[in-house]
Structures are given as structure tokens and as C-alpha cells.
Design a binder for this molecule. Structure first.
Ligand code: PGA
Ligand code: ZN
Length: 437
């Protein structure tokens, strides 16, 4: 494109509008509409985390008494007063330039002035508007003729940690349908495991409800009971643990560890403080005894040496996922890889703030031969952008939370629609695409 080429009206941004909507925890969040001069529109909603990494883009919240300080009127005001006029007239197809303009406008290293919530909703709405200008769904616009395949889902069965009032120390007990070769089968099997787990919990008198991401909120006496019941649920669903369906954990250790000390409320039924190496040994024992293929944030974000030691000890076939330590930052991913800490990263667009930065983080994982998992947040909405990102960017895994509550099901259901248009249909990446093969 020459510098002087006029932007066609289908691509010229006419308006950026923001409104306050509500997320799955009943908290205010930011929705943005980006409209071009020809009237096509993109729309997206910012998600929100609860167990956030310290290096994440910061959401702009109002503070004060209303809604626990979580209102987003300032973020909305910033979009209307600053972002909208700055983007008006620009080419909606130039995602990188528009994201760079917003980053420059914000002017802070952590996006705290205009807010990561304002930036990510706008950035995603831009992507939708650009796709609409081409008459394409978002996944197709992002894939741009390249291969587009549905990702292998990681689906939560039990929730704990910050998402369930600390009832369990660990945050996510998830299943991965490793033996499924298509999206629909993966969902079918997960649905059966989820049902079976619920039934087992009721029988054991340990069901307390559902946690923030829709997984069951169990009243277990220690963390390992969740693992044994998960294996029983897989079997009760008529599936083979490890072959049809395996286990994936998010320890979210930054929530209970600092300075290399980890305070578990339910280590083996009682509170215990563990050193980094002791927690690692506990987790490595689980890796030996249970069909676990992936483990996220096994040690805290301030414990890179512990993460490196754990990654080496777990071995090359276990996926060691970093979330809080790398917060969808290409530079942090490279720094951790250089120390041998982790071999996979979550990609959460709102941790970075823009799609351009999220894509840079994804490209960093690819250059390092790390695995990548596109991930939702614990606070979600009907927005399904992450499914389109996973398919369009060719990311092989997707983490959305559980198999209940519509803000989660909206994502699984979107995959059921997208698969109808893909060249390979509902096929998942081949088993050889994964570390645990
Ligand atoms: P969060 O949880 O959205 O509350 O950060 C998700 C995760 O830790 O992966
Ligand atoms: Zn996590």
C-alpha cells in the first residue's frame, strides 16, 4: 500500500462507541463498537481476571463505593474523549498501527491511564470491523487463507483457589479429551465427564455449587481428593483416564506463594507451609500417579528458579504452562525460556492490552518451540473473540473454563458453528502436535 492511498469508506473508521455492560460475575465491563463509514461494525467486550499476574495490563476501574470500586465509567470516558477521536478516519484494517496509536495515547507501561479494559475491547472490536469490511468472520480474516483448525479444548471440572473462595488451594482441575480427533467428540466426552463428576459429588455430599468459571465448587478436605474424584469421573463416564481423557491443572501458585514459601490450606487436610522444592515434589508426585498432561503456574511468578527446576524435573512430555509469570508478553516469555522456566504460555489478550501485543507473544512462543493456549478469563461475557483468535491464529489449544454457564458455553458453541466452515471441519490437531503424545 502506498502511503498516499486513500482509505476506502468500507475501512475508514467513522465512530468508536463505548458502553458499560455486565460480566459473568455481575461486574461492570467495557463494550466497544467500531463503525466504518460504509456502516459495517465490529463489537467486542473486555473480560476480567481474578487471579491476575502482577505484570498484566491494568484495568481502569473507578474506585469508590459503587460496585466495590469496579465501575468502568472512567474507561468508557477515555474511549469517548481520547481513543475515538484519535482513531477516526484511520484504516480499520491496519490493526498494528491502530493498536500502536492506542498504546502511545495511553502513555503508561501498564496501560493504567486509559485502561487495559478500554484498549482490549477497542482492539478486538477493530479486528471484527476489519473482518466485516471484508465480509468475513473474524477467524477467516485472521487466518487470511492460511490453515485454520479448531483447538483442543481444556475444560474445567472443579474450580478452586480465587474462583471458589479458597475452598481448594489449587485453582483449576481440568480435563483434556486427548483421544478425541474432533471438536464435537471432545465436547461430548467432556460433557459426560462433567455430568459424572457432578453426580459423584452429590453422592459424596460434597457439592457446594459452581465456581466462577462454571466448574463444580467442591467441599474436599484436601487437593488430592479432587484428583482422585476426577479420575473416577472419567471412568464413570465410560472413558479411559489418560487415553481418552487426561487431566490438566492450573495450580495458580502465585495466589498462595511468595518469596519461595507456599502456604497451603489443605496440603493433606491441614494447613502447611512448603518451600518451593517441597511444593514441586508434591506436584511431581501427582504427575507420577495421575494422568496429568499439562500443569500451569506450578510455582509462583516470583519464583523463576523454582519454575525452571520444576520444568526440568517434569520432563519434556509434560506441558508446563506459564500464565502469571509471562502475562502474554513476548519479552517475558523469552526471558523465562532463557532460564528454562516453562515450555508453554497462555495467551490472554487482556493481559497484553491489544491484539498486536498478543500476537507478538504468540509469535515468541512459536520461535521458542513453546506450546500456546488461548485463554479466557474468570470474568467473561457472551463475547466469543478468543475462539476466533485460536482458530484464526492457528493456536492448538483453548482454555475457557467449564462446561456450564452461558459465558463459557458461548465459546464452545461458537466452535460448533466455526467448524461447519473449516476445510478440515471439526478435526482437531493431530496427537503428534502435542508434547504429551
Ligand atoms: P483469571 O483465571 O482469569 O482469574 O486470571 C484464569 C487463569 O488463572 O488461568
Ligand atoms: Zn492461570
Amino acid at each position: 500500500m502506498t502511503a498516499m492511498a486513500p482509505v476506502p469508506p468500507t475501512r475508514r473508521i467513522a465512530a468508536v462507541r463505548a458502553r458499560r455492560v455486565w460480566d459473568s460475575r455481575g461486574r461492570p465491563t467495557v463494550e466497544v463498537d467500531v463503525e466504518t463509514e460504509s456502516g459495517t461494525r465490529g463489537r467486542a467486550i473486555a473480560p476480567a481476571g481474578a487471579s491476575t499476574g502482577s505484570g498484566e495490563a491494568v484495568d481502569l476501574r473507578d474506585g469508590g463505593p459503587a460496585f466495590g470500586g469496579l465501575d468502568v465509567r472512567r474507561a468508557i470516558g477515555g474511549i469517548e474523549r481520547e481513543i475515538a477521536p484519535a482513531l477516526r478516519g484511520l484504516d480499520v484494517a491496519d490493526q498494528a498501527a491502530l493498536d500502536a496509536r492506542m498504546i502511545e495515547l495511553d502513555g503508561t507501561p501498564d496501560r493504567s491511564r486509559l485502561g487495559g479494559n478500554a484498549l482490549v475491547a477497542t482492539s478486538m472490536a477493530i479486528a471484527y470491523a476489519a473482518a466485516a469490511a471484508r465480509g468475513l468472520p473474524l477467524w477467516a480474516a485472521l487466518a487470511d487463507g492460511g490453515p485454520a483448525v479448531l483447538p483442543l479444548p481444556e475444560i474445567q471440572v472443579f474450580g478452586g483457589g480465587a474462583h471458589a473462595g479458597g475452598r481448594l488451594d489449587l485453582q483449576d482441575f481440568m480435563v483434556v479429551a486427548v483421544g478425541a480427533d474432533d471438536w464435537r467428540t471432545a465436547l461430548d466426552r467432556t460433557a459426560e465427564v462433567y455430568r459424572a463428576a457432578g453426580r459423584l459429588l452429590v453422592e459424596a455430599g460434597r457439592l457446594q455449587g459452581v465456581a466462577d468459571e462454571g466448574g463444580f465448587w467442591p467441599a474436599f478436605d484436601d487437593n488430592e481428593q479432587a484428583l482422585t474424584m476426577l479420575v473416577r469421573a472419567i471412568e464413570a463416564a465410560g472413558l479411559r483416564p489418560g487415553e481418552d481423557v487426561a487431566i490438566s491443572l492450573d495450580i495458580a501458585a502465585s495466589n498462595f506463594g511468595r518469596g519461595g514459601r507456599y502456604r497451603l490450606a489443605r496440603a493433606d487436610g491441614t494447613p502447611r507451609e512448603l518451600a518451593s522444592a517441597e511444593l514441586a515434589e508434591l506436584l511431581l508426585g501427582w504427575l507420577r500417579r495421575y494422568p496429568i498432561v499439562s500443569i500451569e503456574d506450578p510455582l509462583a511468578e516470583d519464583d523463576p528458579d523454582g519454575l525452571a527446576a520444576f520444568t526440568a524435573a517434569a520432563g519434556p512430555r509434560v506441558q508446563v504452562v506459564l500464565d502469571d509469570a509471562v502475562v502474554t508478553s513476548a519479552a517475558r516469555i523469552r526471558a523465562h525460556a532463557a532460564r528454562g522456566a516453562g515450555n508453554a504460555a497462555l495467551i490472554k489478550p487482556n493481559q497484553a492490552g491489544t491484539l498486536t501485543e498478543s500476537l507478538a507473544a504468540l509469535e515468541a512462543t512459536r520461535a521458542l518451540d513453546w506450546d500456546a493456549i488461548v485463554s479466557a478469563r474468570s470474568g467473561e461475557t457472551e463475547d466469543t473473540t478468543i475462539v476466533h483468535l485460536a482458530v484464526g491464529w492457528g493456536v492448538r489449544q483453548l482454555k475457557v473454563g467449564s462446561f456450564s454457564r452461558s459465558e463459557r458455553m458461548a465459546k464452545w458453541n461458537e466452535g460448533l458453528r466455526i467448524g461447519e466452515s473449516l476445510a478440515g471441519g471439526f478435526a482437531l490437531p493431530p496427537p503428534s502436535a502435542f508434547r504429551w503424545r
